[in-house]
Design a protein around this ligand. Structure first.
Ligand SMILES: *Cc1c(COP(=O)(O)O)cnc(C)c1O
Length: 335
């Protein structure tokens, strides 16, 4: 099993590879009432590009020889931006493949980082095919968003930093999609403290890892619009690493509703004056709704800040919200 080869040593090597570039984010206590215990927030929102993904991207690129012809990926979200940024740091060519359905603002943002954008077809599958073609035709190295040993080790450095700062933690809540973050963090944190409780948290519709763990093997799920858009997508039916690590090391996976995500984003801004995207606050949402009860000092990772501004303004103002087919009645937060 490829998983058996990933250890704390890989995460420690990743920490050395990314030192001074994407590490050392703050760990601060939340002031939101009703959390029950001390709840620390690991602020990956303060990363360049606004998400933890830079850790994995930098670690993956650091492993390539300086004369590598370049890298390719087909994520238009936080992974794509991290790859573009990391490639520029290394003076390396980066190509991001995307479908014609991707909003122009995202194309402009990724081009501004110096990456080439290839617009191919009308679906993510078409874009994925083009990226595979570039691997074969031009020798580019594909960097997957989560199911890659170096990416997982890079994301795991978040767990190292949390445990170094607060070895007394009892529960760690980790936003969960493809599981690169949860796998890396669990690998690092559980090696250091085996009795730490690690809970993966996803949105309640289209949670691919949760459905796969329940089935006992990777399964495809339907995607729905969600405030936690960064948590959408499958884990890959040919998953090599993250499924097995999450199966073996996560104590539990909890799902939260769109309303709970909205309320957590609003509470975080109201009480901590922090901006985070929907996918980043699911750990807070799980505690605030009572889905997870804390037993001692705890932490969650605020994974990113790249929220749509108009939606965020509506949430903070307590206005009504439409998320695909879900309607959420406006809700004013106290204070
Ligand atoms: C990618 C991402 C996640 C989920 O990470 P996985 O490694 O896919 O589980 C969570 N939050 C944000 C903001 C992300 O960009």
């Amino acid at each position: 099993m490829p998983t058996d080869r990933l250890t704390l040593a890989d995460v420690l090597a990743a920490a050395a590879a990314i030192r001074g570039q994407a590490d050392g984010t703050p760990l601060v206590p939340s002031q939101i009432p009703g959390l029950g215990q001390e709840m620390l927030l690991k602020l990956e929102t303060t990363q360049p590009m606004g998400a933890f993904k830079l850790r994995g991207a930098l670690n993956a690129l650091a492993a390539l020889p300086p004369d590598a012809p370049g890298v390719v990926c087909c994520s238009t979200g936080n992974h794509g931006r991290a790859i573009a940024y990391a490639a520029r740091q290394r003076g390396m060519r980066a190509v991001v493949c995307m479908s014609a359905l991707v909003p122009e603002a995202k194309v402009v943002g990724i081009r501004a980082l110096g990456a080439e954008v290839r617009i191919i077809g009308r679906s993510q599958d078409d874009a994925a095919e083009e990226s595979l073609r570039l691997v074969v035709a031009e020798g580019l190295v594909e960097i997957p968003p989560f199911d890659d040993a170096r990416v997982i080790a890079g994301q795991g450095t978040v767990g190292l930093e949390i445990m170094a700062a607060r070895p007394d933690l009892t529960t760690l809540l980790v936003p969960l999609s493809g599981g690169g973050l949860a796998a890396g963090v669990a690998l690092a944190a559980k090696t250091i403290k085996p009795d730490l409780r690690i809970i993966g948290v996803s949105m309640d519709r289209g949670a691919a890892m949760q459905a796969s763990l329940a089935a006992g093997h990777p399964v495809a799920v339907t995607e729905y619009p969600s405030l936690a858009d960064s948590l959408g997508g499958g884990i890959g039916l040919e998953n090599r690493h993250t499924f097995a690590i999450c199966r073996d090391l996560l104590d539990e996976v909890v799902l939260v509703s769109e309303a709970a995500i909205r309320d957590a984003m609003q509470a975080l801004f109201t009480h901590d004056r922090m901006v985070a995207e929907g996918g980043a606050v699911v750990g807070l949402a799980a505690v605030l709704t009572g889905a997870v009860a804390l037993t001692g000092p705890s932490a969650t990772i605020l994974t990113g800040r790249n929220t749509d501004m108009a939606t965020f303004a509506d949430i903070v103002a307590g206005r009504d919200l439409n998320i695909g087919d879900i309607f959420l009645k406006g809700r004013q937060h106290g204070a």
